[in-house]
Design a protein. Structure first.
Lengths: 249, 267
């Protein structure tokens, strides 16, 4: 196996115990180059905690995390920026790395936000800010990209376009992606490996395996999981990020 | 030229303003104004230590302030108390210990007012050298750690996730704060040093819309405060340290008019 070369991060039976309870326990998975691993599960099931363990944000954990790359980019679920800090999109793009103006422009172009470059972060809407977070992460050209609910606050068309983008990033950069989302129907069709969490791993495998798993259906309700199970996405047109539709060639 | 007490005061004040400008921005951004106060209070203990052991005052203040700062970082991690409670605890207890030690040294003549409010007109050539060399070192270190420190100021988790080691740089920044307090204690005194850190930066915040701009305005504001304050104290015979801070306050009030215009424009 070429696993040693391709593996970006490997979690073995990890867990976090905090305030007298397990936030999450017994989670194992591995992310390889070019692979999208999706975490799904109800609220409080430990998705964000698992993402943070993967990033090394927890100091006291059970189990073992091995990270084989330093080029990591993170799009957190919530980010609070103190508004005592005057900061423009342009400054924010350079936060953890030094980019050329062209690299910044390209990344903003991809997420449909080039017009925001000189805006103050404070003046952005929730959806705009989310796209800037994505743009910043992409611009870093990471080997491992961790996306925690990356499309919240983005309008529906933009959402689909952003998921298409995530798929494209994983293909072009050949980076590994850890994706957290509750939008099962869109997510599932783009994913290589799904981990369904509920305080522990309740099931995992390919999207179809998971969708047909009884435990998964138990958590999300049989009807919903059927409707949403696997949304095989094959349109004859493309939804662009700005909402317009383009015919596929 | 350096014989003139006023020129010496100007030189040392300018040197200090060049350093408090950028550091002050981080103090404001990171909501550390009370933290600066705590360090300044603990400096009193450092001063008494230097009287008892005859170590250089700046050095002993630096050592004690750094220790208090590191104790704080440790307590923040190990207790569930909020930061402001811990800061209060450290500020008041180190101030109290400092005063107790002064009491024990009743035989030594001690200029408490000078210590609290500083005496910029009494600085000598050695003080000028200390401020300029110490200040240069602080600025060089700040320049080196600027990126990770700024990233961890914007968002700690993001910085940590992307390998910027925010904890390490926070600690270094804390040491830099202790250092600026150590070199400026004789100039503006314990009570006014945080004013010098915060006022120019707060003024700059009102008129800037990006980080670099704020740092530059903060330095300019600090320099103007020193110049206006010193000339005022010369002309109308007011105490120089407090005059500098009052000048800073006036600049802050002036900068408020700029915010008003901005918000009107936005509407």
């Amino acid at each position: 196996m070429t696993q040693i070369n391709n593996s970006l991060v490997k979690l073995e039976n990890v867990g976090v115990f905090d305030n007298d309870k397990w936030l999450v326990k017994g989670v194992s998975f591995e992310i390889n180059k070019g692979q999208i691993v999706t975490l799904i599960g109800p609220n409080g099931s430990g998705k964000t905690t698992t993402a943070k363990i993967t990033l090394g944000l927890y100091k006291d954990i059970e189990g073992k995390v091995q990270k084989f790359t330093e080029k990591v980019a993170y799009v957190p679920q919530k980010i609070s920026i103190d508004w005592t800090l005057p900061i423009r999109v342009n400054d924010f793009m350079n936060l953890t790395n030094t980019l050329t103006n062209d690299e910044i422009k390209d990344a903003l172009e991809i997420t449909g936000t080039p017009h925001l470059i000189n805006k103050n972060l404070k003046s952005l809407s929730g959806g705009e800010f989310q796209r800037i977070l994505m743009a910043r992460a992409i611009a870093k050209k990471p080997e491992l990209l961790v996306l925690d609910e990356p499309v919240q606050g983005v309008d529906f068309n933009g959402e689909i376009a952003l998921y298409e983008l995530i798929k494209k990033i994983s293909d072009t950069l050949n980076c590994g992606i850890l994706l957290i989302s509750h939008n099962l129907h869109v997510v599932m069709s783009k994913t290589d490996h799904v981990v369904c969490l509920n305080g522990h791993v309740c099931c995992s495998g390919t999207p179809i395996d998971v969708a047909n798993n009884e435990k998964y259906q138990e958590i999300f309700g049989k009807d919903i999981s059927k409707i949403l199970s696997v949304y095989e996405h094959s349109h004859d047109h493309i939804h662009k990020i700005d909402g317009s539709i383009e015919k596929k060639k | 030229m350096l014989d003139d007490f006023f020129i010496r005061a100007l030189l040392v004040g300018i040197g200090m303003a060049l350093v408090t400008g950028p550091l002050g921005c981080f103090v404001v951004w990171r909501r550390l104004s009370f933290f600066g106060d705590t360090l300044a209070h603990s400096a009193l203990l450092g001063v008494t230590l230097s009287y008892t052991t005859e170590i250089n005052m700046a050095l002993s203040v630096f050592v004690i302030s750094s220790i208090v700062a590191l104790i704080l970082l440790k307590l923040q991690k190990t207790t569930n108390l909020p930061s402001d409670a811990l800061l209060g605890l450290l500020a008041h207890s180190s101030l109290a210990i400092g005063l107790v030690v002064i009491g024990l040294l009743a035989t030594i003549r001690f200029d408490l007012m000078g210590l609290l409010f500083g005496d910029i007109l009494a600085v000598n050539v050695n003080d000028i050298i200390l401020v300029w060399i110490g200040g240069a070192i602080i600025l060089i270190v700040l320049k080196i750690i600027w990126k990770p420190l700024f990233a961890s100021t914007v968002n700690f988790e993001l910085a940590e996730a992307e390998g910027m080691k925010p904890e390490k740089y926070n600690a270094i920044f804390t040491i830099l704060l202790a250092a600026i307090i150590a070199i400026s204690i004789k100039i503006v005194g314990l009570l006014l040093i945080t004013g010098m850190l915060i006022l120019p930066a707060a003024m700059a915040r009102n008129i800037s819309d990006n980080p670099m701009q704020m740092v530059i305005f903060s330095v300019i504001g600090g320099l103007l405060s020193v110049l206006i304050g010193l000339f005022a104290s010369l002309e109308i015979n007011t105490p120089s340290g407090p005059s500098i801070i009052t000048a800073g306050l006036l600049l802050f009030i002036l900068s408020l008019s700029r915010i008003k215009k901005k918000t009107q424009l936005n509407n």
